[in-house]
Design a protein around this ligand. Structure first.
Ligand SMILES: [Zn+2]
Length: 298
């Protein structure tokens, strides 16, 4: 009995040493999924939002503060996407490791080129994209850039496991680059399509695949669709029709369904992130699913 207890204790010690974990706080599920790809069993991941929550607006709950307080690494989209809640979380968590400027602080958008960058910062009328378009995770090439940076940071924060992270990164990147080529081929028929979107969250996907954004149901990013604005889109589509209207997993389908009925085009719901549809279970299947759903309405 004593021997068994001893073995159990020893085993426990070995495990805690071998499987020492980095605690990661991801603002959105796409970054949690990327950390999972690169960090494997060396990381313990918490995602502050799901694909069914609007990352522009979530409540800074005490449970989130507690999670951030214990984190070794923070990874978010940045560019103002989390402006309404992350600064307060960072202040309340009081965790030096994840503050701006530390290796444990990653704002993905600071490491890629941003689209829709304004001439001057202006949050007038509630524009939630005042610093440029923050939805960079819909471009897999930009995700590759973030993955490269994340690999460096993981190795820096957990030096003893450097080789482990490097191996996982190389495996991931090989698969990812191959997938990008396949997605581009598969999405060929989408090139030149005109799609109406609820919010400007598809900007990077469209830029990558050559899709045209015909109109946005929101008059400005973050401003709910109004009857007058929807009517103007309906008029616009008479002369210049669109293929479909798309909305994401956390948005209401009301405006999209209305336009779908009025303009006689399909309304398609796409996953906003990993977990936003039955099929989107990781970053690879997220893009598979989005492209397949768009091809279905072409
Ligand atoms: Zn947005």
């Amino acid at each position: 009995m004593k021997l068994l207890l001893y073995i159990t204790l020893l085993w426990g010690l070995m495990l805690s040493n071998v499987w020492a974990e980095l605690r990661v706080f991801a603002c959105e599920p796409e970054w949690a999924a990327l950390v999972d790809e690169l960090g494997g069993e060396r990381v313990q991941i918490y995602s502050a939002t799901s694909a069914y929550q609007d990352p522009h607006h979530i409540e800074a709950r005490p449970s989130l503060i507690a999670k951030l307080r214990r984190a070794d690494l923070l990874i978010c989209s940045g560019a103002g996407l989390e402006e309404a809640w992350l600064p307060m979380l960072l202040r309340r968590a009081g965790n030096g490791k994840v503050q701006m400027g530390q290796p444990g602080h990653i704002m993905a958008s600071e490491h890629v080129a941003l689209l829709d960058q304004p001439q001057r910062l202006d949050r007038a009328m509630g524009d939630v994209h005042a610093a440029g378009n923050p939805h960079i995770h819909f471009d897999p090439r930009r995700i590759a850039t973030v993955a490269e940076l994340l690999n460096q940071r993981l190795q820096r924060l957990d030096e003893g496991s450097s080789e482990y992270y490097q191996r996982r990164y190389e495996q991931f990147n090989g698969r990812w680059q191959q997938s990008i080529t396949q997605w581009q081929l598969r999405a060929g028929p989408l090139h030149g399509a005109r799609l109406v979107v609820h919010h400007k969250d598809w900007r990077y996907l469209f830029d990558w695949l050559g899709i045209e954004q015909a109109a946005t149901l929101e008059p400005k990013p973050g401003i709910a669709p109004s009857a007058a604005h929807l009517a103007s889109i309906k008029r616009l589509l008479v002369d210049n029709p669109a293929t479909a209207v798309i909305y994401n997993s956390y948005q209401s389908d009301r405006a999209a369904k209305w336009l779908s009925g009025q303009a006689d085009i399909p309304a398609v719901q796409l996953p906003y992130s990993v977990g936003g549809s039955d099929k989107a279970v990781d970053l690879f299947s997220l893009f598979d699913d989005i492209i397949e759903k768009l091809l279905e309405v072409m």
